[in-house]
Design a protein around this ligand. Structure first.
Ligand SMILES: [Zn+2]
Length: 297
């Protein structure tokens, strides 16, 4: 199992009609994938992962740039103006060194996330890890004096880092991604809180594959997983994922481990990341319940 993701839905009542607002759409810090967007990469060492060498960091930066070029090309083909700028945190407490250091509570990312049967406990532990790293990263920037850059989320170190990044780079779109060096190990990549209204979203990537990086990045802007995973236990869930895989045979949210140049973004994902104002008839049907009337933006 390489990947894991949670979806939440909200029902929104507008006027006298009931529309379904999908919780990940135009939500949280990363709303619509357009205009100036910062992909903020934070490289993190821990005792249980391979230390980041300069070579590892440079080759991962190359992979991130391949993802960015692909995403910008997709945007251009859809008439969306998108400029993704890659920035990375540099650890000022170490001389001329980039990686930050923070151990997971139970050795690894997946070990920590899945430690307890109650998944929320594992998520809390990884959140804590991300907050500890964020606190160190935030020291790079001067104290934030601007009021408008704060999110409405509860105040924690990750939220404060995002506020500083918004202030520093003069844009709301901050995609915060932590990279751990697990290239030769069987570790997962995860996007958290993409549908949340109380926690800022972020991703942890343990892979240098440009398709995986773009996939996690798209999660932050609201896209869903469209492949079969061990979490799809119900027959209905399995059958709708199979239909999605068949209908969108080159979708990046499905076939994440293929060469990125063979992949595309389906109409369903385009709606979810805000590239289309409405979901065209017949598109994404298998994932959308019949009684839902999807919100048009
Ligand atoms: Zn995914």
């Amino acid at each position: 199992m390489k990947h894991f993701y949670l979806i939440f839905l909200f029902l929104t009542s507008i006027g006298c009609k009931n529309y379904t607002r999908i919780g990940s759409v135009r939500n949280n810090v990363c709303k619509t994938l357009e205009k100036k967007t910062i992909l903020y990469a934070v490289f993190v060492d821990s005792d249980a992962t391979h230390p980041w060498s300069e070579y590892d960091i440079n080759s991962t930066m190359d992979s991130i740039n391949i993802s960015i070029n692909w995403l910008e090309k997709q945007a251009q083909m859809n008439g969306v103006s998108l400029d993704i700028i890659l920035e990375r945190g540099e650890n000022l407490s170490k001389h001329n060194a980039i990686p930050f250091k923070e151990d997971f509570k139970y050795q690894t990312l997946s070990g920590t996330l899945f430690k307890f049967p109650d998944l929320t406990k594992g998520i809390n532990l990884v959140d804590q890890w991300s907050n500890n790293v964020s606190k160190d990263v935030a020291r790079i920037f001067p104290n934030d004096t601007s009021k408008i850059v704060l999110t409405t989320n509860k105040s924690n170190d990750r939220e404060r880092l995002i506020a500083k990044l918004r202030n520093n780079y003069k844009t709301d779109n901050i995609a915060l991604i932590f990279f751990i060096n697990n290239y030769f190990e069987n570790e997962i990549s995860v996007a958290f809180h993409t549908s949340s209204s109380s926690e800022t979203e972020y991703a942890v990537v343990s892979n240098k594959n440009p398709s995986v990086i773009a996939h996690e990045f798209l999660h932050l802007f609201g896209a869903w997983d469209l492949y079969l995973s061990p979490f799809d236990r119900k027959i209905f869930a399995k059958s709708k994922k199979r239909k999605a895989m068949k209908k969108y045979p080159t979708e990046i949210m499905t076939f994440t481990y293929r060469d990125i140049d063979s992949l595309s973004i389906s109409p369903l994902s385009k709606y979810l990341i805000g590239w289309d104002n409405k979901l065209a008839k017949g598109e994404g049907k298998m994932m959308i319940k019949r009684r839902w009337k999807l919100l048009e933006y």
